[in-house]
Write a protein that binds this ligand. Structure first.
Ligand SMILES: NC(=O)c1ccc[n+]([C@@H]2O[C@H](COP(=O)([O-])OP(=O)(O)OC[C@H]3O[C@@H](n4cnc5c(N)ncnc54)[C@H](OP(=O)(O)O)[C@@H]3O)[C@@H](O)[C@H]2O)c1
Length: 249
């Protein structure tokens, strides 16, 4: 099928006084860098990294103008030469304890498969002790900072902690004791640069044995024009589940 000559996109621009402006614009194919894979994007989940990119975080996006959309999904149209951890782990038979700062999220997390819910305070140890009683066989952390440090000191012997994000903080102050006294392992996650083979294996699992029921209110759809407000919301921790941008709306 012939490709349209232009497409709609959110474009984030850096102004002369170092502020960042978001606009939905019509763009031409000629605006795209040469030699790249062309994907006719149907949807994209609103990733927290997109919100950081849309507000000028140079650790995420070095050069502007830029169109965020790390989770873009669609059909490969041409080429001249790209967690619901609670739901997935519950489905695999693990007993999952979820942490949240929102008291009204209990039903939502229980529906995803959590057996118990703890508060953000409980997940954020401020005692200053290097180790606490081991509670977890494994932890998936999306927030960094002292919550990641707490995860390390409350993980049992031989346990695994995956560091995925920095929604709370990019800092990590810990001691070596979880590693040398309990053999805890800290695993880094960088979804951006995963080679195609493990990526394909993960996609196949996500579409089959790891598939989480996303019906009901776990998914909110929005158009490109509604995206800017959702970016502000995700940065304030006001989104739950996934926001999917539907480019046909
Ligand atoms: N490693 C990678 O390759 C990669 C790729 C993309 C994104 N990420 C990271 O993934 C994270 C987003 O995860 P997600 O998409 O799974 O989002 P999510 O399901 O919405 O989870 C975000 C979690 O962060 C918590 N949170 C938000 N702000 C916080 C704060 N200031 N202090 C403590 N907790 C806070 C939320 O707590 P409540 O339950 O209280 O709302 C929620 O539990 C971001 O940190 C992002 O940078 C990593």
């Amino acid at each position: 099928m012939p490709l349209p000559q232009s497409f709609k996109a959110m474009v984030v621009t850096e102004t002369a006084n170092k502020t960042f402006v978001r606009e939905v614009k019509q763009r031409e194919f000629g605006d795209l860098p040469a030699g790249e894979l062309i994907i006719e994007v149907k949807n994209s989940s609103l990733n927290y990294k997109d919100a950081l990119s849309a507000t000028g975080n140079k650790g995420v996006t070095r050069k502007y103008p830029h169109t965020p959309g790390i989770d873009a999904a669609g059909v490969v149209a041409g080429s001249t030469t790209r967690s619901f951890a609670v739901g997935i782990l519950a489905k695999l038979g693990y007993e999952v304890v979820a942490a949240t700062g929102k008291s009204d999220e209990k039903d939502f997390l229980t529906r995803l498969g959590a057996k118990a819910i703890i508060s953000r305070e409980e997940a954020n140890d401020t005692s200053g002790r290097p180790l606490q009683k081991g509670r977890w066989a494994g932890v998936v952390d999306t927030v960094g900072g002292n919550i990641l440090a707490t995860a390390l000191k409350t993980t049992k012997d031989g346990g695994l902690v995956a560091a995925c994000g920095n929604a709370m903080s990019a800092d990590l102050v810990t001691s070596v004791y979880p590693f040398i006294l309990r053999g805890v392992s800290l695993l880094g996650v960088n979804s951006v640069d995963v080679p195609m083979r493990p990526r394909t294996i993960a996609w196949q699992k996500l579409a089959n044995e790891w598939k989480v029921d996303l019906s009901g209110d776990l998914i909110t759809e929005c158009s490109l024009e509604e995206l800017s407000a959702k970016i502000d919301l995700i940065l304030k921790g006001g989104i739950r589940g996934r926001v999917v941008v539907d480019l046909s709306r």
